[in-house]
Ligand binder design. Structure first.
Ligand SMILES: [Mg+2]
Length: 241
């Protein structure tokens, strides 16, 4: 049976100089379940009087929406509740409300780590591996909230780990990440990369075949097929030996 996490820990323990190894983690939908963030945004939308007046019927339905870990954006959650695209004005209003908040410091605090994520990263720090959080989030809108939510849950930050975000938004995630590896991964061996988005995985594995990628099977954009030949995990819980 494949045990990617246990194998990584074992490999690091056999290294002469573990500080030359590196584990790189994506954040959204890899270390963190973002569905509580989406839920909070939808809840807040439905509490605003002007929305209640303008879209009375839809807002009533919206109050029944429950987001799921497998949701990508807000569309699926709304469709499940019966809010289809027959109401374009409502959809445009809620989409804009969501976009303004999803990519903001303020709402990141609602994210919750996937099972075992905090403990796994802490274990890696004890083993002296370099830890990097590599995310398509940008410093301007999300830098402070990112560090705050990492600290809130006990993920190592400041000194023990590096946060690598885009300087500002608008640049494609896959290029940002591949270029980050080009600049920063040369001095490290082995390098592992945990990522849920197949688009990012495709480019990084093409440009950096030495990077060992672990597919985090949560949810993704659907813009590229999920990798079938990579180790895949759905949580960070370790088998007790
Ligand atoms: Mg992600």
């Amino acid at each position: 049976m494949q045990k990617p996490l246990e194998n990584i820990l074992l490999q690091i323990q056999t290294l002469g100089d573990p500080s030359r190894s590196m584990c790189v983690f994506d954040l959204d939908s890899t270390l963190f379940d973002v569905s509580p963030r989406i839920q909070k945004i939808l809840d807040d939308y439905s509490q605003i009087p002007v929305h209640q007046q303008r879209f009375a019927e839809n807002v009533q339905i919206l109050q029944t929406v429950k987001t799921q870990k497998t949701d990508w954006g807000i569309k699926n959650a709304l469709l499940r509740a019966g809010l289809d695209s027959a109401h374009p004005e409502f959809f445009e209003s809620i989409r804009a409300f969501w976009a303004e908040r999803f990519f903001s410091n303020e709402y990141l605090v609602y994210d919750q780590p996937f099972d075992g994520a905090v403990e796994f990263v802490q274990k890696l720090v004890q083993l002296k591996t370099k830890i990097v959080y590599l995310s398509g989030r940008d410093e301007i809108r999300m830098g402070l909230g990112t560090r705050k939510v990492l600290r809130k849950w006990g993920f190592p930050v400041e000194g023990a780990a590096e946060v690598a975000l885009k300087a500002s938004h608008g640049y494609p995630d896959d290029l940002f990440k591949s270029e980050w590896f080009a600049k920063n991964a040369k001095m490290f061996q082995p390098v592992w990369f945990f990522e849920n988005e197949p688009v990012n995985i495709e480019l990084v594995r093409r440009d950096h075949p030495q990077v060992q990628i672990i597919f985090f099977d949560s949810t993704h954009s659907g813009k590229a097929a999920r990798p079938l030949d990579l180790p895949a995990i759905m949580h960070f819980l370790l088998d007790e030996v």
